[in-house]
Design a protein around this ligand. Sequence first.
Ligand code: PEP
Ligand code: MG
Length: 326
Amino acid sequence: RQAEYDRLRDKPAITLDGTDVTLLMNAGLRADLPSLDESGADGIGLFRTEFQFLVSATLPRRERQTSLYKNVIEVAGDRPVIFRTVDIGGDKAVPYVDSAAREENPAMGYRALRLALGRKGLLKVQARALLEASEGKTLRIMFPMVSEPWEFAEAKALVLEQLAAQMARGGAMPKELKFGAMLEVPALAEMLDLFLPQVDFLSVGTNDLVQFLFAADRSNPLLAERYDWLSPAVLRFLKRVIDAADDAGKPISVCGEMGGRPIAAMALLALGFRRLSITPAGIGPVKAMIRTLELAPLSKAMEGWLRSGANVRDKLEDWADKHTVR
Ligand code: PEP
Ligand code: MG
């Protein structure tokens, strides 16, 4: 199979009925960068900047952050990169950042943007490192765990302050700056009419989103099999989100792990998603699926399944067996 995926590397991800799909990859460390060329990804749709913090014994200083981001941008070349600001805290605790006392519910705790807005020094240093690394390029910054629109606004304002300071210093400046939010807290989905005009792009973090929708810890093995990310509840929710983004004319992607599984990726395409950021190992299999998929009839079938509350996983497996060249 690998040989087949290698052959697809430079081929476009386009369905049999002509729908183009953008396949980006998730990354977080220098070691991930060779995967960009190896997988043939269209860019990096999620760069998890906290990984540098997680593997470091001490707080990575600005120079180290800048150097990593520069490296990423260099390797990416003309391909876009979305840098997600640190998602520290929760299950990704780092010993040298005292997020809080022990938390009963770390996933719902003082983490990600919540922590970054509480410890502004951290976000300021990161913003400066990102700005410096993006000299002459488009810098795309994405904030994790945005729960209310004001959190996004506050974080964006903080980055813009750093930009002004950088300009005043005569320092390196990006050519263009774009701000996005992760949609992984359900409450934000209720605010999209007001929130979408504020963002340049949105990315759905289905790993956290599904855990919050079902109130089921994503790392608890006892619950791992219980709720399906292909359940109608999740898919109906995602449908509302993609429709809102399309109506507002804002680019939207999915960067959770489900997009890297061909069957789940089929579901996302049927709902209307056209950009997926996935694990590099998923690019080949997902592209192979896309290139053998007739999307229009699947989208139509999906509407019916969601109306009737069918077992969508079974339906999709069945569809893949009958309709796509596996
Ligand atoms: C997600 O929550 O779906 C996501 C992409 O982010 P992470 O897995 O890093 O929380
Ligand atoms: Mg997440």
